[in-house]
Design a protein around this ligand. Structure first.
Ligand code: FAD
Length: 376
């Protein structure tokens, strides 16, 4: 973004744009670039294949290992039969998984993985009822017992978030369902900070996804040349100041959650079975969480204490939690495997931040190793 255009305090936060840019450049980005290569952070355990709870298959193949050649051939026009030879304009009609850039690379040493799984988060999961039946949300059951065999182990370093060719009605339907049903941008007359937070978080996430697509784009399919698509970055994000501002907002919100949970994250076990690497992870985490430059320049990136003060606080929280759960569930409707991987990972991250900032009892102060995430 053009830093000249964005001055002053990031709306809804407590630090200004220039400070965030400086901190990101000097401190945060260098540390994060190292952290994402450590085994603890590069391996991700995920249930990638769940049924979309909101609508039936919308023309995308969503089955496990779906590729063009595995779908019944007689259903496809002749020109669609060769998985990789079709032009991008047909992409909405064929399996996204048939395209190499859309499929998840599962190359992984399974033994190296000792990840954590998410547990007990009212922003993303419903508790099972006493009789073991899952709770029903928006008419559909959203919790099922997850079997170990259904989990996929992913090395995120082999699966960068980038252009996948996932465009058209399927992708549009997800974003439409998110914005129109689950986090509308409230007209300027209505001012409800808590609802605005949800909208800004999702819009910021959307900006981030678009920027990753434009930053790592398939420029020439015939030569497999990847690179930046500056025009796309401008068209989708930079020319809309709100989208840029929401990106900063989401960044600061997540940063606040991480620093608020610093004691917890410092004590957490980063055990992947590789002591040298795990010590490095712990040390990098400390450098990030207790960074003197960060503490001096932006000690409170977001002030969660200002929210939920009104009389309708509890009901409002329930309503927004339900909307966020619906957004989480919508990730299972994403018709491109790699997009689903990153969508689920990032929504899980936002859900964890929401839990830290809005649902963990202030008395606990997160200095006990309470269950934010749980070791698998
Ligand atoms: P979209 O990005 O689909 O946007 C739809 C509409 O939303 C826009 O017309 C605009 O009105 C509004 N909008 C756009 N940006 C914002 C914003 N920041 N804030 C508020 N409103 C906004 N594609 C890939 O190539 N790689 C991926 O990894 C990938 N991951 C995805 C993950 C998810 C969860 C989803 C739903 C889609 C993903 N996609 C991915 C598809 C990608 O996001 C776009 O949908 C696709 O590239 C088509 O873009 P578009 O220009 O039609 O607009």
């Amino acid at each position: 973004a053009d830093p000249q255009k964005y001055t002053g305090i990031v709306e809804g936060c407590c630090c200004d744009y220039e400070t965030v840019d400086g901190l990101n450049e000097d401190v945060l980005n260098p540390l994060l670039q190292q952290l994402v290569t450590t085994p603890f952070f590069r391996y991700f355990k995920i249930k990638l294949w769940c049924d979309c709870p909101f609508w039936p298959d919308d023309g995308m193949c969503r089955l496990r290992d779906c590729s063009v050649c595995e779908c019944p051939e007689n259903e496809f026009p002749e020109s669609f039969k060769k998985p990789f030879s079709h032009g991008l304009s047909y992409d909405n009609l064929v399996c996204q998984e048939g395209k190499p850039q859309a499929a998840v690379d599962r190359t992984l040493d399974g033994k190296a993985f000792r990840g954590w799984i998410e547990t007990d988060n009212p922003w993303t999961n419903d508790d099972e009822t006493d009789n073991g039946k899952p709770e029903v949300l928006a008419g559909v059951s959203v919790v099922n017992k997850i079997l170990e065999s259904e989990m996929t182990y992913v090395n995120l370093q082999l699966n960068p978030e980038r252009f996948t060719g996932y465009v058209g009605p399927s992708a549009r339907r997800i974003w439409d369902a998110i914005y129109t049903e689950n986090c509308p941008k409230y007209p300027s007359g209505e001012f409800c900070q808590e609802k605005m937070v949800l909208y800004k978080l999702i819009s910021g996430l959307h900006s981030s996804i678009s920027i990753h697509i434009a930053a790592d784009y398939l420029l020439d399919e015939s030569t497999n040349m990847w690179g930046q698509n500056v025009e796309m970055m401008y068209d989708r994000v930079l020319r809309y100041p709100d989208r840029v501002k929401n990106l900063y907002f989401t960044f600061l919100f997540v940063l606040r959650a991480a620093t608020k949970a610093a004691n917890y994250l410092e004590q957490a076990e980063y055990n992947t079975g590789n002591p040298t690497e795990d010590l490095k992870t712990q040390s990098l985490m400390k450098q990030l969480l207790y960074n003197p430059k960060l503490q001096a320049a932006c000690p409170l990136p977001f002030d969660e204490a200002k929210l939920w003060q009104g009389q309708s606080g509890p009901e409002l929280k329930q309503q927004i939690q339900k909307q966020f759960k619906n957004i989480s569930a919508l990730m299972d409707c994403v018709g491109c495997e790699k997009c689903r991987l990153w969508g689920k990972l990032q929504v899980l991250g936002l859900g964890t931040a929401l839990k830290i900032l809005f649902s963990v009892d202030g008395q606990n102060h997160l200095d006990q190793p309470v269950s934010l995430l749980h070791k698998a």
